[in-house]
Ligand binder design. Structure first.
Ligand code: GBH
Length: 450
C-alpha cells in the first residue's frame, strides 16, 4: 500500500545478527535416547486424531543424530547465528531432581560445535515439551511448575555458563496457554479457559524466576523471552473497542507484565474480544511480589512475527489479508513495521528487540525447493525490518523460521516451514531457493530489491 521499497538494496547495521531457528521436539527425534523422559508432546502425538498425518516426534528431522552435519550446513550457508531449544525431559526426565548427564552433554556438544564454527547460539529453554510427569502434577495450570522451570533453567546456566549465548526463557507463552489449554489443539490438549489463564501467569512467573536464576548464575550472554505478537486491525469504527480487547488478550497480556510489571485491566471479561476467564480467580493467582519477579529486567525482547488479524465488532478475528497454506497466517509484511514501531512508542524502556521467528510454509505438503513465495516473503519482511530500523527501532537480529522442514505440531510432517528441504525417507537435506537467497543477504548484510 503506502510505502514502496527503494530501488536500491537496504543495508542493515553492522553486527546485525542473521540466523535461522528450530526447536527440540520439532527436529530432534530420538525421543527415548540417552535417558530422555517423556514429554507432553510425545503423549499428545501418540493420541489418535491429534496430529493431522499421524506422525510423532520420531524421527522428525533426526537432528539428534545428524546434528554435526546440520551444523556444517548452517556454517556452509553463512549463517552467523542458530537458535535451538533444549528438551527439558533430556535434562530432567521427570521434570525435577537429578540431572540426566547424557542430555546435558548433547547440548554441550551442540554449543561447542556452533562455537567452533563461529556461529552464535540462541538457546530457548522451553519450546513446549514439558516433562509429562509435571503435567501429571498439574502442568502450567499449577504454580509449582514455575518453580520447577527455574530449577531446570539453573542447571542449564551452570552447564553452559562460559558460553556467550542469547538465552530465551519461554517460547510463545500465549500459544501454550491458548492453543494448549483453551483450544486443546496443542499439548496438553486441555479446553478450559481458566486453566489457560492460569497457564499464562505460571509461565510468566517461571520466566521471571529463570531470569533471576540467570543473573544469580553469573553466566555469560544475555536473556529474554520470545513473544508471538499479532498486530490487530479493526475492520470498522464500530470494531475499535473489540480490537482494543483483542490486542489486550493477544499482546498486552504478555508485554505489560514482562515489561511494565502489571497485567492489563481489560484482557479478561465478557466484552467482545476479551478472554472469557474468571478475572477474580486470575487475580487470586497473582501473589505479592510475582509481578516484580515477572518484570525482572531483560537484555533482549524476542519477537516472533507471522502476520496480522482483523477484528470485527463482535470480537471475532477475521481475514483482512491473504492467508498462507497455514490458515491462521494472514500475510502482511507492513504489519511487522507497524508492530516494531508500536513497541518503540508503547514501551520506550524496552530492551533491544530481536526477531526470533518469521516465515511461511510451502504451499503444498510435499514441499518444493523452488520456493519463490518464501523468498518473496522474506524479502518483503526484511525490507520492513530495515525500514523500522531506519525509523529508530533498535533491532539486533533476525532468525528465519525454520532452518529445516520439521514436525509442525498438530500439522505433523505435512506442513513444511524449512529454508532447507528434508526428505523424510532419507533425511537428505537440500537448501531451497529461499535459503540460497538468504545466504546472499546474510553475507552482504543487506536485502536486495526484487
Ligand atoms: C511458531 O508459532 C512456533 O514457535 C513454531 O514452533 C512453529 O513451528 C511456527 O510458529 C510455525 O507454526 O491451529 O488454529 O489453533 C507461531 C504461532 C500459534 C501459530 C499456534 C499457529 C495454531 C493455530 N502459532 N497457532 S490453530
Amino acid at each position: 500500500t503506502g510505502w514502496q521499497p527503494p530501488a536500491e538494496p537496504m543495508a542493515f547495521p553492522e553486527g546485525f545478527v542473521w540466523g535461522a531457528a528450530t526447536s527440540a521436539f520439532q527436529v530432534e527425534g530420538s525421543t527415548t535416547a540417552d535417558g530422555r523422559g517423556q514429554s507432553i508432546w510425545d503423549t499428545f502425538a501418540a493420541t489418535p486424531g491429534r496430529i493431522r498425518d499421524g506422525s510423532t516426534g520420531d524421527p522428525a528431522a533426526d537432528h539428534y543424530r545428524l546434528w554435526e552435519s546440520d551444523l556444517d550446513l548452517v556454517a556452509d550457508l553463512g549463517l552467523a547465528a542458530y537458535r535451538f531449544s533444549v528438551a527439558w525431559p533430556r535434562i530432567q526426565p521427570t521434570g525435577s531432581g537429578d540431572v540426566n548427564q547424557p542430555g546435558v552433554d548433547f547440548y554441550r556438544r551442540l554449543v561447542d560445535g556452533l562455537l567452533s564454527r563461529g556461529i552464535r547460539p540462541a538457546i530457548t529453554l522451553y519450546h513446549w515439551d514439558l516433562p509429562q510427569a509435571l503435567q501429571d502434577a498439574g502442568g502450567w495450570a499449577v504454580r509449582e511448575t514455575a518453580d520447577r522451570f527455574g530449577e531446570y533453567a539453573a542447571i542449564m546456566f551452570e552447564a553452559l555458563r562460559d558460553v556467550d549465548a542469547t538465552w530465551l526463557t519461554i517460547n510463545e507463552p500465549k500459544t501454550t496457554a491458548y492453543v494448549g489449554h483453551r483450544w486443546g489443539v496443542h499439548a496438553p490438549g486441555i479446553t478450559d479457559v481458566d486453566q489457560a489463564a492460569a497457564a499464562i501467569h505460571h509461565q510468566l512467573l517461571g520466566h521471571g524466576r529463570t531470569v533471576e536464576a540467570f543473573r544469580a548464575s553469573g553466566a555469560a550472554g544475555g536473556i529474554g523471552i520470545a513473544l508471538n505478537l499479532l498486530p490487530v486491525y479493526p475492520t470498522s469504527r464500530d470494531a475499535d473497542p473489540a480490537a482494543v480487547h483483542t490486542d489486550a488478550v493477544e499482546n498486552r497480556m504478555f508485554l505489560e507484565p514482562v515489561l511494565l510489571g502489571r497485567y492489563p485491566s481489560d484482557a479478561i471479561g465478557t466484552k467482545p474480544g476479551q478472554l472469557p476467564a474468571d478475572a477474580g480467580a486470575f487475580q487470586d493467582l497473582v501473589l505479592e511480589g510475582d509481578l516484580e519477579v515477572i518484570s525482572s529486567p531483560l537484555d533482549v525482547l524476542a519477537v516472533q512475527y507471522y502476520g496480522v488479524t482483523g477484528v470485527d465488532e463482535t470480537g471475532n478475528q477475521v481475514d483482512l489479508y491473504p492467508t498462507s497454506a497455514a490458515v491462521w497466517q494472514q500475510v502482511h509484511p507492513e504489519g511487522l513495521y507497524d508492530l516494531l514501531i508500536d513497541l518503540l512508542i508503547d514501551y520506550p524502556d524496552a530492551p533491544p528487540l530481536l526477531i526470533t521467528e518469521n516465515g511461511i510454509p510451502d504451499p503444498t505438503p510435499e514441499g518444493t525447493t523452488d520456493d519463490v513465495e518464501r523468498l518473496e516473503f522474506l524479502r518483503a519482511h526484511l525490507q520492513q525490518a530495515a525500514r523500522a530500523i531506519g525509523d529508530g527501532v533498535e533491532l539486533a537480529g533476525y532468525y528465519a523460521w525454520s532452518l529445516l522442514d520439521n514436525f509442525e505440531w498438530a500439522e505433523g510432517m505435512s506442513q513444511r516451514w524449512g529454508l532447507v528441504h528434508v526428505d523424510f525417507e532419507t533425511q537428505a537435506r537440500t537448501p531451497k531457493a529461499s535459503m540460497d537467497w538468504y545466504s546472499t543477504v546474510v553475507r552482504a548484510n543487506e536485502v536486495p530489491p526484487s
